[in-house]
Design a protein around this ligand. Structure first.
Ligand code: GNR
Ligand code: NI
Length: 190
């Protein structure tokens, strides 16, 4: 087991569309173990594999309250097959966008089809926090982040802040020599 690094905005890998799981082998079991360990350590209530850099359609989750027994949940290849017309608003956060929280409106209730660890099809009707979290995680599998559901003004502000933070920390951007980058100019002339 290992805690793996969580990708942080603006890491472009967060925009990848993850691939469906076809078989449960040793590497997949290790991935799942590492996802739980990384999620609990963070701590977070959900994690999509792409958040640790693996573009596979795997989600771990645990919504148990602090001090209650753990309730680990696993969703392989989850898909929303029905969404309610009723909506709910929840203040969301994301381990890939640390310390930023904003209200997001989503369907209150969803039905989700997924595979369990034996690749057996399952279906769950989820509401409230479980529905919100499932939609947040399924978005990750499609390269979508919760900031895509807020206003452009707020999103642009968050993107700017995280791009600046990545630049200051030297980051792992190919162009991290501190000089200006044609695609993302830091200084505007005129
Ligand atoms: O830990 C998390 N909390 C959370 C709160 C409200 C809505 C969604 C979430 S998921 C998040 C962990 C995470 O980033 N999962 O992708
Ligand atoms: Ni997230």
């Amino acid at each position: 087991m290992a805690i793996r690094d969580i990708l942080i905005l603006p890491d472009k890998r967060l925009r990848l569309v993850s691939e469906p799981v076809k078989t449960v082998d040793k590497p997949l079991r290790t991935l799942i173990d590492d996802m739980y360990e990384t999620m609990y350590a963070a701590p977070g209530i959900g994690l999509a594999a792409i958040q640790i850099g693996v573009p596979q359609r795997v989600v771990t989750m645990d919504l148990a309250k602090k001090d209650d027994p753990p309730e680990p949940r696993l969703f392989i290849n989850p898909e929303i097959v029905w969404s309610s017309d009723d909506a709910s608003v929840y203040e969301e956060g994301c381990l890939s966008i640390p310390e930023y929280y904003e209200e997001v409106e989503r369907p209150l209730t969803v039905k989700v089809r997924y595979l369990d660890i034996d690749l057996k099809p399952q279906e769950i009707e989820a509401t409230d926090l479980l529905a919100t979290c499932l939609q947040h995680e399924i978005d990750h599998l499609n390269g979508v982040l919760f900031i895509d559901h807020i206003s452009k003004l707020k999103r642009d502000r968050v993107m700017k802040k995280f791009k600046k933070a990545a630049k200051l920390s030297g980051g792992d951007k190919p162009n991290s020599d501190g000089l200006s980058d044609d695609k993302e100019p830091s200084h505007h002339i005129g």
